[in-house]
Design a protein around this ligand. Structure first.
Ligand code: PMP
Length: 394
């Protein structure tokens, strides 16, 4: 009889597995994923970068390398952090990780003992919830509204709860809601965390994918006390297959991430790092990101127009100004899982929102992704979604 650790009881991957099975059918129109559009991957240019790396430093590229990561890449990242995110930093404050998902896993292991408290937005990213769960914390969900977390609710919890180890937030075009925090909320949030001196994990895979409006300062850019741990990634601005992301944090905190990475996997892939650094050296990454934005903006526009046309007025949805997702709130009596079954019968897939609430109990929300779907398919899919919702109206 094989005996597993208790933490395995907390990992419930079955819904995702079921969904992946459905999505593997080619005729299914999927709004369920969260993937970048693969036609936007710079395959040719990456091939050139890879050739140069292999010709010039092939053996080094195939060798082990340092845990903190390839210096040229850390310098390029630090430079982007200064220019794009307004964060005063340098290569010494960047640690390369194999994906932000690993950064989330390290965050859990660094900060959480069993029953410690994690505060997070309600709803929040399912992958983070699962990563944190392995350390068996208690989740306290902070209510949110269209422009971010409700700060008075956050303060109430901070006043009341002991053992809060960190607050996990996605202020830019959040997964799952597509929402963006207002400037006001960002400033209030920083004042609050400075007062209570709680660490913050700011997860920002989507911030550069802005379709409209002024760019917003990151929480990290306001951080004067070294409380904010910033997670960035190449997954959505370049390609997720390289598995490259980074942590930007104070010297003290970054050292903990470094130790955790050593213990978990030694380092991120040397060859991925060298090829990516070479790509950035030889190409204009900003111009590439601008091209991605153009494509996603059109798809977002189609999605918004289709939702306006087909959803009944009883539903609300986010007019995402960036990122990959929008979020639909159904009438309270509706169950998105029921709706999901009906839609799947008609070959349309989405993710019911319930998994994004770590403590469960919200049934009437769903996430829609628009980054990988063609214009006509967006309309066809939303028409079916709208029809099925209308059938369930009371
Ligand atoms: N955080 C959020 C909010 C995400 O949406 C994702 C990817 N879907 C990740 C982290 C993980 O990204 P990576 O590919 O860098 O591991």
């Amino acid at each position: 009889m094989v005996k597993y650790a208790n933490r395995m009881n907390l990992q419930n991957g079955s819904e995702i597995r079921d969904m992946l099975k459905v999505l593997s059918q080619p005729e299914v129109l999927s709004f369920a994923g969260g993937m970048p559009a693969k036609e936007m991957f710079p395959v040719e240019k990456m091939m050139e970068a890879a050739m140069k790396v292999m010709k010039e430093n092939g053996a080094d590229a195939m060798q082990y390398s340092s845990t903190e990561g390839f210096l040229e890449l850390r310098e390029q990242i630090a430079d982007r952090m200064v220019k794009k995110q307004g964060v005063k930093t340098d290569a010494d404050h960047i640690l390369i990780t194999p994906g932000s998902q690993m950064g989330l896993d390290f965050s859990a292991k660094i900060f959480l003992d069993k029953d410690d408290v994690v505060l997070l937005e309600s709803p929040s990213y399912l992958g983070a919830i699962n990563a944190f769960k392995t350390c068996e914390p208690r989740f306290i969900e902070i209510p949110t509204e269209e422009d971010g977390m409700i700060m008075s609710e956050l303060e109430k919890i901070l006043d009341k709860e002991k053992n809060i180890k960190f607050i996990y937030v996605i202020p830019d075009f959040q997964n799952p809601t597509g929402r963006e925090w207002s400037l006001q909320k960002r400033k209030e949030f920083i004042d609050i965390i400075n007062k209570y001196e709680v660490p913050v994990i700011e997860d920002n895979p989507y911030g550069e994918l802005r379709f409209e409006g002024e760019s917003m300062p990151t929480l990290k850019s306001f951080d004067t006390k070294g409380l904010v741990v910033y997670l960035g990634t190449f997954s959505k601005i370049l390609a997720p297959g390289y598995r490259l992301a980074w942590v930007c944090a104070s010297t003290e905190i970054l050292e903990k991430y470094n130790l955790m990475e050593q213990a978990a996997c030694l380092q991120s892939s040397t060859i991925s790092q060298m090829e990516t650094a070479r790509y950035i050296r030889d190409n204009d990454l900003d111009a590439h990101v601008a091209e991605i934005i153009e494509v996603y903006r059109k798809r977002r526009n189609e999605m918004m127009a289709a939702l306006d046309e087909y959803l009944p007025k009883e539903c609300k949805f986010t007019r995402s100004r960036g990122g990959l997702f929008t979020w639909v709130v159904l009438p309270e009596y509706m169950d998105a899982k029921e709706l999901q079954k009906k839609c799947l019968e008609r070959k349309v897939a989405f993710v019911p929102g319930s998994g994004f609430y770590p403590n469960g109990n919200v049934k009437n929300t769903l996430r829609l992704n628009y980054s990988t779907t063609a214009k006509e398919d967006i309309h066809r899919g939303m028409k079916i979604l709208g029809e099925e919702i209308k059938k369930m109206l009371k």
